[in-house]
Design a binder for this molecule. Structure first.
Ligand code: ADP
Ligand code: MG
Length: 322
């Protein structure tokens, strides 16, 4: 069982940022409105995620660490139809198998439960305080899988990856207050109120948020909303392009290309705008790549959507006489 979990961890948990992603997605699924993430040594020493969500009933805490124990859905066919981000029941056992991990949770209605796993083995279990929500701590990631540890990049790169994923999760949940703290420094803080624009300000800075234009458009199949930066506000990396489909952050090469095409010649070569684009569509149009961790998706009607994106951004910039 521990070995199977380590193998699964190899697929799902590639680096500290993968742990952050899985834990924050669980916190989001639990439905609270505040998520605090505390990181040390770019996540290799410690990752802690604290939420004020529904919590796990005491009797179910160890079950949550069993493989394929998900309380969420039954079919993996179309995860865009389900509201929850998790659906495989693999994250907790996978992470526990390659780290020193504690979880403390309470539903607020009964006494809480605390568990401590090391290398996938339960080494301590006890009652804990009544405070609605869940705190998960992951220490010494990959301590027992040296091959994986060797594959981890520099602390700066790993921290950038963590920042990236938290940014994207925060942008897709403007109603949740996020904080990310690394070695005592606040890397990110969003208010959880005031909508997407306020969240953008929290992430990219108030001054930059002022240099972003609101867009909205729709056709028979798609509805677009979001913000695009003025051509003067650009970056040298695609990291600042965030595309959300039905509230979920995705990666799609062609849609990124359509965004950039919308800027036409206004954009210098090698520069990218800051964009947050929220797309709503019938889930039936989304093909989810079945890889357990990758966020690439394929879309039917990708050309139609690309054209709508390009046209909408072009028109919005033209409206500003840009
Ligand atoms: P999945 O998210 O795919 O269901 P996980 O291994 O990530 O699988 O989590 C297993 C189960 O543990 C979840 O289905 C959920 O019931 C519970 N759980 C994990 N983290 C939290 C949390 N922060 N708050 C409430 N429940 C949680
Ligand atoms: Mg999960």
């Amino acid at each position: 069982e521990v070995l199977t979990n380590q193998i699964a961890a190899g697929e799902v948990i590639e680096r500290p940022a993968s742990v952050v992603k899985e834990l924050v997605e669980n916190a989001l699924d639990a439905g609270g409105n505040q998520i605090d993430i505390i990181v040390e040594e770019a996540g290799l020493r410690r990752i802690q995620v604290i939420d004020n969500g529904a919590g796990i009933p005491a009797a179910e805490v160890t079950t949550a660490f069993k493989r394929h124990a998900t309380s969420k859905i039954t079919s993996r066919e179309d995860l865009f139809k389900v509201r929850s981000l998790g659906f495989r029941g693999e994250a907790l056992p996978s992470i526990a198998s390659v780290s020193d991990m504690t979880l403390e949770s309470s539903t607020g209605a009964e006494i809480g439960e605390y568990v401590h796993y090391r290398g996938g083995k339960l080494i301590e279990q006890k009652h804990s305080a009544v405070r609605q929500g869940t705190t998960v701590s992951v220490k010494d990631l990959f301590f027992n899988t040296p091959a994986r540890l060797k594959y981890v990049k520099s602390p700066q790169t790993e921290l950038a990856n963590i920042g990236d994923i938290v940014n994207r999760l925060a942008l897709s949940h403007p109603q949740v207050a996020f904080s990310l703290i690394h070695e005592g420094n606040v890397i990110l803080k969003t208010s959880g109120s005031g909508g997407l624009q306020r969240t953008i300000a929290g992430i990219y800075g108030v001054g930059n948020a002022r240099k972003m234009l609101e867009i909205s458009a729709k056709d028979l199949d798609f509805q677009l909303t979001g913000f695009v930066s003025l051509p003067e506000l650009t970056r040298s990396s695609r990291r600042y392009l965030t595309v959300l489909i039905n509230g979920r952050y995705i990666k799609n090469y062609q849609l990124n290309k359509a965004i950039i095409a919308g800027y036409g010649s206004k954009l210098m070569v090698g520069r990218y705008p800051i964009v947050v684009l929220a797309i709503k569509m019938d889930p039936i149009l989304v093909d989810v790549n079945v890889h357990p961790a990758k966020q690439e998706v394929r879309l039917s009607k990708e050309d139609e959507l690309s054209q709508l994106i390009q046209k909408t951004i072009y028109a919005r910039l033209s409206q500003e006489n840009l």
